[in-house]
Design a protein around this ligand. Structure first.
Ligand code: PLP
Length: 356
């Protein structure tokens, strides 16, 4: 497999001269900053917000680097992983020409982002046991060679997968990484809850690998909007060229930096969530209207029921909101239930037990 980043990049991005901010052009110590048209008096808030943030968020990346074992120059930070997903489309996929492969069912943002960018989606159904269908994926790839009619630029692999909750077989993912000369985007939003090993330490092995992670799930920072992409320095440079100059604001950078000191707390929550998940699986299978509880490698469970909509409506009436996935392919009749605190899980179970 020959991988050449220049062959998959859009021409306009190859030629793009990126925006150069005041903070890009002068780095170093000075006492008087009159280069960015900021308000030198200060801000009306107790903390000082009058200066633009570090465009490349080096302090946050250095701390993440220690936690993840990935050099800072191999990390991109986005306004949520959703920003990284959008940049992948904008940098690599020619609107109206190229296509991407999305195993289905999976996280809905890949499709929305493709549609916003006018990029063709090739949905490839997962197998009956929610695994990747390697042959069907392979058959749907349009080669880069002779790509006037469009090439397959990205394959999205969400593992553990949302909403099915399982991880894909590592060997299948490796087959795709070894044989596809576009980018393989592995979304590891739920990796902290999984028995599977992350791919972030395989970047030197696979030049076509992009791993997405986020602070929104296990780290408990969904409100902060910080997502990460890990990839070769070459690919990260493309992300940095295309992103808005100050995409992570001062507050998010400062609070992310502070939060990353609390890894012990996060690990304790992960342990508790996984233990609760296993308890919930045992309790849910006991319910008479539950047909199947799918094994989970994430912080949620997919449950098949006799009448999912009726159960959903009943829970809503009791002030409990779960996700109705019953109209999603292969998930017919299923609800997706996030694992909450011990107390929340008890409230949910008690409510479900009242259903006749
Ligand atoms: C929740 C989720 C994300 C997180 O997105 P953010 O924009 O970082 O909050 C990414 N991928 C998947 C599959 C998810 O379920």
């Amino acid at each position: 497999m020959e991988f050449d980043l220049n062959k998959i990049l859009r021409d306009n991005i190859k030629k793009l001269v990126p925006y150069s901010s005041a903070r890009d052009e002068f780095k170093g110590d000075a006492t008087v900053f009159l280069d960015a048209n900021e308000n030198s008096h200060g801000s009306p808030l107790p903390d000082s917000y009058n200066r633009y943030p570090d465009p490349l968020q080096w302090e946050v990346k250095k701390k993440l680097s220690k936690i993840k074992g990935v050099p800072p120059q191999n990390i991109f930070l986005g306004n949520g992983s959703d920003e990284a997903i959008d940049i992948l489309f904008r940098a690599f996929c020619r609107p109206g020409i190229d296509n991407v492969i999305i195993p289905s069912p999976t996280y809905g943002m890949y499709e929305v982002s493709a549609n916003i960018n006018d990029v063709e989606i090739r949905k490839v159904s997962l197998t009956g046991d929610f695994q990747l269908n390697i042959e069907a994926i392979s058959e749907n790839i349009s080669p880069l060679e002779g790509d006037r009619e469009g090439a397959t630029k990205l394959i999205f692999i969400c593992s553990p997968n949302n909403p099915t909750a399982n991880s894909f077989d590592r060997e299948d993912i490796e087959i795709i990484l070894n044989n596809f000369n576009g980018l393989v985007v592995i979304d590891e939003a739920y990796i902290n809850f999984s028995k599977q090993k992350t791919f972030v330490n395989e970047l030197t092995e696979y030049p076509n690998l992009v791993v997405l992670q986020t602070l929104s799930k296990a780290w408990g920072l969904a409100g902060l909007r910080v997502g990460m992409a890990f990839a070769s320095e070459q690919i990260i440079n493309v992300f940095n060229k295309v992103k808005p100059p100050y995409n992570i604001n001062v507050v998010s950078q400062r609070l992310a930096l502070e939060a990353l000191n609390n890894i012990d707390q996060v690990n304790a929550w992960i342990k508790e969530t996984v233990a609760e998940r296993e308890q919930m699986v045992l309790a849910l299978v006991q319910l008479p209207f539950v047909k199947k509880v799918y094994p989970s490698d994430a912080n949620f469970i997919l449950v098949r029921m006799n009448d999912a909509r009726q159960v959903y409506d009943y829970l809503v009436k009791n002030g409990i909101i779960v996700r109705d996935r019953s109209k999603v392919m292969l998930c017919e009749g299923c609800l997706r239930i996030t694992i909450g605190t011990k107390e929340e899980n008890v409230v949910l179970l008690n409510s479900l037990k009242e259903i006749k």
